[in-house]
Design a protein around this ligand. Structure first.
Ligand code: FAD
Length: 466
């Protein structure tokens, strides 16, 4: 550590770590603070889960494909990087749910809660009459007296009944988080619904009064970048001083000297001394690093879902019936292995050449991971079979891109917030100059990760130079 200067290491080069490193560097420059930043990434590329493949006029997202910028953090970052003009908004289209072997349009009331269209709920074929009556019970039922966290499944079953959960809530959540609604936490995943019940008793009335939709602040347009999400990663990387980015270097353990200096040990290079660390690695990787120091040993590992995205290009076929379709989700009542499917070229302009369809599906979810282990060929066969059953597509794709994401989607199960608080407490009492952030902690979405990375950078500088 150079005299007078402070060194901050950011571990993990996904969107959280890149954002943290960028803002550390940016704020330090703006305020003329003597800080050196180093970003450490174990793989040979930056971006973590964000990975765009640009190929023959197609833009293919291997990981995430868009974001709901409910907290404005992506826009702020894009402005600071000078790439805000590249942000694009999705086209509108119909979303469906597959129940049994049929596709049902999702009533607007559920996709855009603010504009409460009760008529579309009454006429939908998605629920039986008794299912609809039970859902309307939300208007009358008292609120729970429990203050404790509960599974998302129990919460929505209590308000809307079993059928709405099976045919709508579960498929939407499985398609988004690949999780098991009987374990995921309502307080950590959907604090806005938990609050709605507390404040308004009925979720339907609460949504109407407060203008709440599924997203946290009634934002229902998705966004991405014209040339794919990796534009964000490329812009971030281009702003970092190249010598401060270490790729292909894995952190194995950490320890500290009496004066609090942290020593980072790697698999392949000499240890690094630094004054503070922002750790953005997934929780289990972080736990392994601290276990070697004798910390977090009694803390259980976190559960992550294993999934794969499969993107296929087709010559535009005669599926005219679905020309306005954007996506469909799949309920557990159907025999399909895929959990959701998006017409990327309907949702976004310029992601496929004229005359071609680009379809992207997800496979795998908690309790159904084995499918991700199949060969590319078998995955392709399964997906084609499912697309044939669901939408009658019976053509061969021009190409298929399979991207496996093993143990990649953190599962915030009941009690998550409290557990994370306890873990941070345990760790920070030993290492007050370390900050844990990223998708394992306070939000999985890209806007949540960016907000966490930026906040960690600001807090770190404030603490160092207060
Ligand atoms: P990561 O991207 O996981 O980055 C962590 C980095 O740490 C990795 O690069 C890893 O290599 C590195 N690392 C690990 N161990 C070490 C070590 N010991 N030493 C050094 N480096 C290490 N979110 C949305 O908002 N919209 C979506 O549409 C969406 N879709 C998704 C689809 C998929 C298939 C997946 C997997 C996620 C999706 N998400 C989506 C979630 C979102 O993409 C992620 O939560 C987010 O990108 C995670 O960023 P991160 O920086 O916290 O973690």
């Amino acid at each position: 550590v150079t005299l007078g200067r402070r060194k901050v290491a950011v571990i993990g080069g996904g969107i959280t770590g890149l954002t943290a490193a960028f803002y550390l560097q940016n704020f330090a420059q703006q305020k003329n603070l003597p800080v050196d930043v180093v970003l450490i990434e174990s793989s040979l590329r930056l971006g973590g889960k964000i990975q765009t493949l640009r190929k023959d006029g197609y833009i293919i997202e291997r990981g995430p494909e868009s974001f709901l910028d409910y907290n404005g953090s992506v826009r702020e970052l894009a402005l600071d990087l000078g790439i805000e003009k590249e942000m694009v908004t999705n086209n509108n289209g119909q979303t469906y749910v597959v129940v049994g072997s049929d596709l049902y349009p999702i009533p607007n009331i559920f996709m855009h809660g603010g504009s409460l269209e009760v008529s579309s709920f009454i006429t939908t074929g998605l629920f039986s009459l008794s299912g609809k009556l039970r859902a309307a019970g939300d208007l009358l039922l008292p609120k729970t007296r429990e203050e404790q966290d509960e599974p998302i499944g129990d919460f929505f079953r209590r308000r809307f009944g079993k059928e709405v959960v099976e045919n709508l809530v579960e498929p939407l959540l499985a398609g988004t988080f690949a999780g098991d609604i009987d374990h995921l936490s309502i307080q950590s995943m959907f604090p806005q619904f938990y609050q709605l019940e507390k404040q308004y008793r009925s979720l339907i009335l609460g949504m109407k009064k407060s203008g709440h939709a599924y997203s946290k602040n009634h934002i229902d347009t998705y966004q991405t970048f014209a040339n794919g999400l990796e534009s964000l990663i490329e812009a971030l990387e281009s702003k970092l001083v190249p010598q401060t980015v270490l790729k292909g270097v894995k952190v194995e353990s950490l320890d500290k000297t009496k004066d609090g200096t942290i020593h980072i040990h790697f698999n392949n290079i000499a240890p690094l001394k630094c004054d503070a660390v922002i750790m953005t690695t997934p929780f289990n990787a972080t736990k392994a690093i601290f276990n070697r120091y004798g910390l977090l040993e009694d803390v259980p590992e976190m559960n992550y879902a294993t999934i794969a995205t499969v993107t296929m290009a087709f010559k535009q076929n005669e599926l005219k019936k679905y020309k306005d379709a954007m996506s469909f989700y799949v309920s557990r009542n159907s025999d399909l292995a895929i959990t959701t499917c998006t017409w990327c070229n309907h949702k976004w302009n310029n992601v496929a050449p004229e005359g071609y369809d680009l379809l992207r599906v997800y496979i795998g979810r908690v309790g159904d991971e084995a499918i991700v282990e199949l060969s590319d060929h078998d995955i392709e066969k399964t997906v084609l079979n499912d697309l044939n059953s669901a939408i009658g597509l019976c053509e061969e794709p021009l190409f298929t891109v399979v991207s496996r994401w093993k143990e990649s989607m953190p599962q915030y199960t009941v009690g998550h917030d409290q557990r994370m608080e306890e873990i941070k407490h345990q760790l920070y009492s030993e290492f007050p100059n370390i900050n844990l952030v990223g998708s394992s902690y306070e939000g999985i979405s890209i806007p949540d990760c960016i907000a966490q990375g930026k906040k960690a950078a600001l807090e770190m500088l404030e603490e160092m130079f207060q």
